[in-house]
Design a protein around this ligand. Structure first.
Ligand code: FPP
Ligand code: MG
Length: 295
């Protein structure tokens, strides 16, 4: 990973603007899941650290823009750039990061470059769908999963597929692995929003629903409720609930086991990914660590 960090530092320095270096230093690097995946899959390829750095810059840019769109004041437990330096600065920094990433990407093999580039269009479509869907209560599971795939799984899928192409490995199997890893990762994140406390999350618990996001545990709950309770659940959508309302939703979720049902889907997707990659122990380990974050 040191080689990835060195590539990221080089790319930022090449932007040749102190303001960018300063602002980028304020960002928390995060788990670097996508970079780790690329290094594992294409470990022997000399360009793997650069590809990993490119994908991390795209990811960082997408989060900068996402925090502006979501009006989020924190990111990874720290103040977001839009909170400290304003939305305009956050958008412009995002623009510099992802255009620099694309400048480097065009030097790669066409198939690798196309895989990553097209995933960014998918990512951006997913973000737009997410925002649109939050305007109204959504009880359609497939619609939710389609959005989730675009918003959070496509870049991970592309990272796995592109690095497989780079390493001369099976692109389709790795794409499936990345896709399912991304999907189950996000489903676990949605579960943690409900089950983890504010301190662990770095944001209020059950905040997704306040933001209008009808995640799987809410969709499954809606399916189980009687008509009167269905109406109550819808009436609480995109609002800050009272403590009683919060407890009501939690109790109903417990009664109808909607967290367990969501977790089962995450597990099913993770198992499919495991099967596709059973010969690669380190990729299986990533899945296992990820699924254990739950509860
Ligand atoms: C986080 O979702 C958002 C994403 C994973 C994708 C955001 C994508 C864009 C803004 C498209 C623009 C792309 C580029 C390259 C500039 P979330 O809000 O559900 O999660 P969070 O809790 O981490 O904010
Ligand atoms: Mg967000």
């Amino acid at each position: 990973m040191q080689r990835v960090e060195a590539q990221i530092t080089r790319l930022i320095q090449e932007c040749d603007y102190d303001e960018v270096t300063h602002l980028f230093a304020m960002l928390q690097g995060g788990k670097r899941l996508r970079a780790k995946l690329i290094l594992k899959i294409a470990s022997k390829h000399k360009d793997a650290p650069l590809l990993a750095a490119i994908v991390e810059l795209i990811h960082a840019a997408s989060l900068l823009h996402d925090d502006v769109i979501d009006e989020a004041m924190t990111r990874r437990g720290e103040a977001s750039i839009n909170a400290t330096d304003g939305s305009k600065t956050a958008v412009m920094l995002g623009d510099i990061l992802y255009s620099k990433a694309f400048t480097e990407l065009v030097a790669f093999d066409k198939e690798v470059a196309q895989t990553i580039a097209s995933s960014v269009t998918a990512l951006s479509k997913g973000e737009m769908m997410d925002v649109k869907m939050a305007e109204n209560f959504n009880s359609d599971e497939q619609r939710y999963l389609d959005m989730l795939y675009l918003k959070t799984a496509t870049l991970i899928e592309a990272a796995a597929k592109a690095s497989a192409i780079l390493a001369g490995k099976d692109a389709d199997k790795h794409a499936l692995y990345g896709r399912n890893l991304g999907l189950s990762f996000q489903i676990i994140d949605d579960i943690l929003d409900i089950t983890a406390d504010e301190k662990t999350l770095g944001k209020p618990a059950m905040n997704d629903y306040v933001e209008g996001k009808c995640t799987l545990p809410y969709i499954y709950l809606y399916e189980k409720l009687n008509n009167e309770d269905k109406e109550k659940l819808i009436s609480l959508h995109a609002k800050k609930p009272t403590v009683e309302e919060l407890h009501w939703m939690q109790a109903k979720m417990q009664e109808h086991k909607t967290i367990e049902k969501s977790f089962q889907l995450a597990q099913k997707l993770s198992n499919e990914a495991k099967q596709a990659m059973h010969e690669d122990e380190s990729l299986v380990n990533i899945l296992e660590t990820m699924i254990k974050r739950s509860y």
